[in-house]
Write a protein that binds this ligand. Structure first.
Ligand code: AMP
Ligand code: MN
Ligand code: MN
Ligand code: MN
Length: 281
């Protein structure tokens, strides 16, 4: 059997079904063109793109793994949990995701009101023009509209000036519990993966408590090589994976061409010290 580390797996990315720019089919084609051999579409809080993604991948001869990225609130901050190899038809998962999505419309109107208070009028209607799935309005859609309108040069600038916690367009939101997200993924036969842990602003104590709880609840893997991590963080989270006995995942977190993130399939391989989450698939 070939060394699983050499497989080009990209197990985290987005389509128009959540806050990506391309359709599931177009993301599949781009992943294939980028050399991806094992692919998962992991839209936020939604599995509506899974059938199209699988069909497109199989037509290209690319192995497909059903996926999702669930929004969780833990210790007052947002954490993302990716579910891989899920059954997208599992009722417990589908109901949990619907519940998780349900607050987004209200929150989006509140974001529009908050931006109006700092002189940005029409942001809610503007963001809606970028939305592919009316059930899934995201801060990313606001960010794209603010860039279009010339308020900021890049999506990243919009987040740091307006949409991140503490900025004028930020509206707090309570997402799923960690135990719920892991429970839904496991009910659907999948494996729960801690997404881009290098992005969270926890203290060291909270960080360790998050991983303790994640593993105790049955979480199985951690993203080590992701578009959100620096090479130092690849090493840090390879050590975290070993320490907690977690498998390791790899994913670009691609959202669209030209959005300043990593291209599908273009990340370095996982460090040799970790076991890839796909090692026995
Ligand atoms: P939401 O689920 O509506 O809170 O939006 C979260 C999404 O915003 C994430 O999935 C990212 O796609 C995007 N995002 C969050 N922070 C940033 C950032 N600093 N730069 C660019 N995109 C970001
Ligand atoms: Mn996103
Ligand atoms: Mn994420
Ligand atoms: Mn993501």
């Amino acid at each position: 059997m070939p060394d699983p580390h050499t497989l080009n797996a990209d197990l985290h990315c987005h389509s128009t079904v959540s806050d990506g720019i391309l359709s599931p089919r177009a993301v599949a084609e781009r992943a294939h063109a980028g050399g991806v051999q094992l692919w998962s579409l992991t839209d936020h809080d939604e599995v509506g793109g899974q059938a199209e993604a699988r069909a497109a991948a199989e037509a290209l001869g690319m192995r497909y793994v059903p996926g999702v990225e669930i929004s969780v609130t833990w210790a007052g901050q947002t954490v993302h949990i990716v579910g891989l190899r899920i059954d997208p038809f599992c009722p417990e998962l589908i109901d949990g995701l619907a519940e998780t999505r349900s607050g987004r419309a209200r929150r989006a109107r509140d974001i529009g009101d908050a931006l109006a208070k700092v002189g940005i009028e029409g942001a809610y209607q503007g963001a809606l023009k970028h939305v592919g799935n009316p059930d899934l309005i995201s801060r990313t859609h606001f960010a794209r509209w603010l860039v279009d309108q010339g308020y900021c040069a890049t999506i990243g600038d919009v987040f740091s000036q307006y949409l991140s916690e503490g900025r004028p367009g930020y509206v707090g939101h309570r997402w799923a519990k960690l135990s719920e997200a892991i429970g839904w993924i496991r009910a659907a036969g999948g494996i729960a993966v801690m997404a881009h842990p290098g992005r969270y602003n926890y203290t060291d104590t909270q960080h360790d408590a998050l991983f303790d709880e994640f593993t105790a609840l049955g979480g199985g893997a951690v993203e080590v090589v992701t578009g959100s991590h620096t090479p130092d963080q690849y090493r840090r989270y390879a050590n975290v994976a070993s320490h907690y006995g977690l498998l390791a995942s790899r994913g670009s977190d691609f959202h669209g061409p030209g959005e300043g993130r990593v291209e599908l399939g273009a990340l370095p391989p996982l460090p040799s010290t970790v076991t890839p989450v796909w090692h026995d698939w």
